[in-house]
Every structure is written in structure tokens, then in C-alpha cells.
Write a protein of this length. Structure first.
Length: 272
């Protein structure tokens, strides 16, 4: 059995007296695409911050490659794991290429200049995400979706082989969502590991290997997406009736029962 890349054992976390994570045990192996699903306030973002070492659990252990996270230096971890936050704002008019270049900082000493290789890596990251044309644009003057892609480019330029993403598709239009998912799938084939939260079960069905469902700070389902993402589990998670339908090949999609019913009624009315 492959040793886990990230290993959480019986993790608890509180904000004040309020428990947010309750006895979480989770193992993630290299090369997996793992999607965290759950309603707002269920603990997804807190779990991500615990895995990154930003927050320390009240109880339990978090290990990376077998070592306790608390004993690993921040610079070492920055070379291993890249973080893509849900939103990011900057008060300074950095250009998009400047933002991508920031991913190279963990590889530098205190006084440094970016090298030609750093520039090549940063421009390559922009090209992968189809935003090379934005390279010289001020980061503060591009759209929210474009800013999100710039932050993902920074993560790619960082060179880390594990990426933790908090709702990375938030704010992206449909085309950019598809480009992002395509890039995640391509990098995973090259051995990258992805842990990402999302509100879209379809994104998990399309590219993830595994879905972890979280409700009220606890894991309520964990397994292959095709098995875990089903009508019963989605109803338990979101209190909504959703049918899973098969499209072309093995592609699956989620269709809300209520919308299907309303469309059916509309069709009957239009035929009268």
C-alpha cells in the first residue's frame, strides 16, 4: 500500500468554543485529485488551512510525507505545497507576470534577482492557463476571474507538486473553468496532487479521482466520485434532490429533480 502524502488522524479544531472540525481522519496519496464537497460553513476552508499548517489542530496530528507538519519549516513547505485561495486582492498594481514570478520566491535567498529561468517558468505558467496576453497588465485592472487564473499561475510557477485549492473555479466563466479543469487533469497525469474544494459536484465527476463530503465538521462520505456522488449523498449534504445522469461515454452530470419537474410541466403547458 502506498504511504500517504498527507495524513490527518483524529483532527479537531475549534474557533473559540465552537467545534468546526470533529475527529477528521483523512489520507491523501501522491497523484490523486481529491475534491472536498460540502455546504457553506461545513469546515472545508478550515480543513484546507489545517492541511497547510496555517491553523494548528486542537487535537490530532497532521503529517506530510510521514513527518509532523509542526516540525517542517515554512520555506520547505512552500516548495512542496502551493496554495490557491478562494479570493485574492492586492493594493499594489503589480503586473500579472510579477504575480506569477512571486511563485519563485521560495526558491530564493533573502536578497535576490529573478533569473532568466524564473522568467521562463513564470511565462510558461501564464501560457498554460491561456493568459499570456495579460502578462504586462496591472493585476488590479483585470477581472476577478482573470485574477484567479493569475494566482493559479503563481502556484504553477512555484514548482510545488502538491496544490491545495479553495474553490479555484470561483469567479471564472465557463470557458476558464473548463481550461482550469483540463490543466488539473493534465498535471495530475504528470504526478501532481490536487486537493480542491468546490460547490460543483460536476467538477468532481469530471476530473477528480475521489470525493470527500463534509457536513457540520465531519466526513460523511469518502470514496471514488462515481460511487460517492449519488442522489442520496447529495440530498444528505445539501438538502436538495439531485439525479445523476450519464452523458456521452462515462461522463456523468447532476440534474436537480425540481428543475426537471418544472421543465416537464412547462413542456406540457406549451403543448396544450
Amino acid at each position: 500500500m502506498t504511504a500517504p502524502l498527507i495524513d490527518l488522524q483524529h483532527v479537531w479544531f475549534h474557533y473559540g468554543k465552537r467545534p468546526v472540525l470533529k475527529d477528521i481522519s483523512l489520507q491523501i496519496t501522491q497523484g490523486e485529485i481529491v475534491t472536498l464537497l460540502g455546504p457553506n460553513g461545513c469546515g472545508k476552508s478550515t480543513l484546507i488551512k489545517v492541511m497547510l499548517g496555517i491553523l494548528r489542530p486542537l487535537k490530532g496530528t497532521v503529517r506530510y510525507k510521514g513527518s509532523d507538519l509542526t516540525g517542517l519549516g515554512s520555506k520547505y513547505m512552500a516548495r512542496q505545497i502551493a496554495y490557491v485561495p478562494q479570493t485574492h486582492r492586492s493594493a499594489f498594481p503589480y503586473t500579472v507576470i510579477d504575480v506569477a514570478l512571486m511563485g519563485r520566491i521560495p526558491h530564493k535567498t533573502f536578497f535576490f534577482k529573478y533569473s532568466k529561468e524564473d522568467l521562463r517558468i513564470a511565462y510558461d505558467a501564464l501560457g498554460r492557463l491561456s493568459i499570456l496576453h495579460l502578462a504586462e497588465r496591472p493585476y488590479t485592472q483585470i477581472s476577478g476571474g482573470e485574477r484567479q487564473l493569475a494566482i493559479i499561475a503563481r502556484a504553477l510557477a512555484q514548482g510545488a507538486r502538491t496544490m491545495i485549492m479553495d474553490e479555484p473555479a470561483s469567479g471564472l466563466d465557463y470557458g476558464n473553468q473548463l481550461r482550469l479543469l483540463e490543466q488539473i487533469a493534465r498535471l495530475a497525469r504528470d504526478g501532481y496532487t490536487f486537493i480542491k474544494s468546490t460547490h460543483s459536484p460536476e467538477h468532481a465527476l469530471w476530473v477528480a479521482d475521489r470525493a470527500v463530503m463534509i457536513k457540520e465538521g465531519q466526513i460523511v462520505a469518502d470514496g471514488p466520485c462515481g460511487e460517492v456522488i449519488n442522489t442520496e449523498n447529495l440530498h444528505n449534504l445539501y438538502d436538495a434532490r439531485v439525479n445523476i445522469v450519464k452523458l456521452a461515454g462515462s461522463l456523468l452530470a447532476c440534474v436537480p429533480e425540481t428543475i426537471g419537474g418544472l421543465r416537464g410541466q412547462a413542456d406540457k403547458t406549451s403543448r396544450r
